[in-house]
Design a protein around this ligand. Structure first.
Ligand SMILES: Nc1ncnc2c1ncn2[C@@H]1O[C@H](COP(=O)(O)OP(=O)(O)O)[C@@H](O)[C@H]1O
Ligand SMILES: [Mg+2]
Length: 233
């Protein structure tokens, strides 16, 4: 069944102009369904981060349209809704570095994301703790980031990205700073979340060792996106 969470059509993004103009996204089409975990591969500079930030409504393309669960949010490069509000409520981001707030505990870092969405009080506090528990951090909820390993910090960042139960999770090289064992754990976790909650997950990755985790594999080259033939449907 078709349940697209995110659909993008004919995205075009250029940087610079004249002699230095660079087409970072060259008529890119993209769709990701509920429960699907999609990989975005490609050499450095091919436009992966540009695509992810466009899909995440952080960095709009000049041309092309984006639908989030059938709602047109960007039409021909123009915002149709309050993008910041859509981002806060519907999109979870995970970056290469955890970027936790250093003077807040793991629990407070997760809770802050909920507070920004007006989710406060005991239920929110309890959810922050239970999410950390789900991510294997039950005993670490009251630790500051500096007292956590890199893998633990990244799992806190994932808990934060999930705090508001976003239907869409976008991750840019989330395992780059982790060893291969921890990297695989993080990927398996994202997959479990997609499958259990029906979220759509898009991951930029360089790690060819974890490609078996993905439902779909897309490859980017010079701003052009292709779906890798032979990848599982
Ligand atoms: N803010 C920017 N200004 C100018 N050029 C940029 C900017 N961001 C990215 N680029 C260029 O766009 C191309 C795609 O970059 P990026 O999306 O970061 O690729 P990737 O994530 O695949 O490494 C690269 O050539 C990069 O140098
Ligand atoms: Mg990048």
């Amino acid at each position: 069944m078709d349940h697209p969470i995110l659909r993008a059509e004919a995205l075009v993004k250029t940087y610079g102009q004249g002699d230095t103009e660079l087409v970072a996204l060259n008529h890119v089409n993209f769709v990701v369904e509920a429960g699907e975990v999609a990989a975005l591969l490609g050499p450095s500079g091919s436009g992966k981060s540009t695509l992810l930030t466009a899909l995440g409504l952080l960095n709009l393309p000049e041309r092309g349209s984006i639908w989030l669960r059938d709602r047109l949010v960007v039409a021909e490069g123009v915002a149709q809704v309050d993008l910041a509000a859509v981002r806060r409520g519907s999109i979870g981001f995970v970056f290469q570095k955890a970027n936790l707030i250093p003077f807040l505990t793991a629990r407070e870092n997760v809770l802050l994301a909920m507070q920004l969405n007006d989710r406060v009080g005991r239920a929110a506090a309890a959810r922050a703790v239970s999410l950390l528990g789900e991510l294997g951090l039950a005993g670490r909820a009251d630790h500051l980031p500096e007292a956590l390993s890199g893998g633990q910090q990244q799992r806190v960042a994932i808990a934060r990205a999930l705090a508001n139960e976003p239907p869409l999770i976008l991750a840019d090289e989330p395992t780059a700073a982790l060893d291969s064992h921890r990297g695989r754990e993080v990927m398996e976790l994202l997959k479990r979340i997609a499958h259990d909650r029906g979220a759509a997950v898009v991951v930029v990755t360089h790690d060819h060792r974890t490609l078996d985790v993905f439902d779909t594999i897309h490859e980017m080259e010079d701003g052009v996106l292709t779906r890798r033939p032979g990848a599982p449907a």
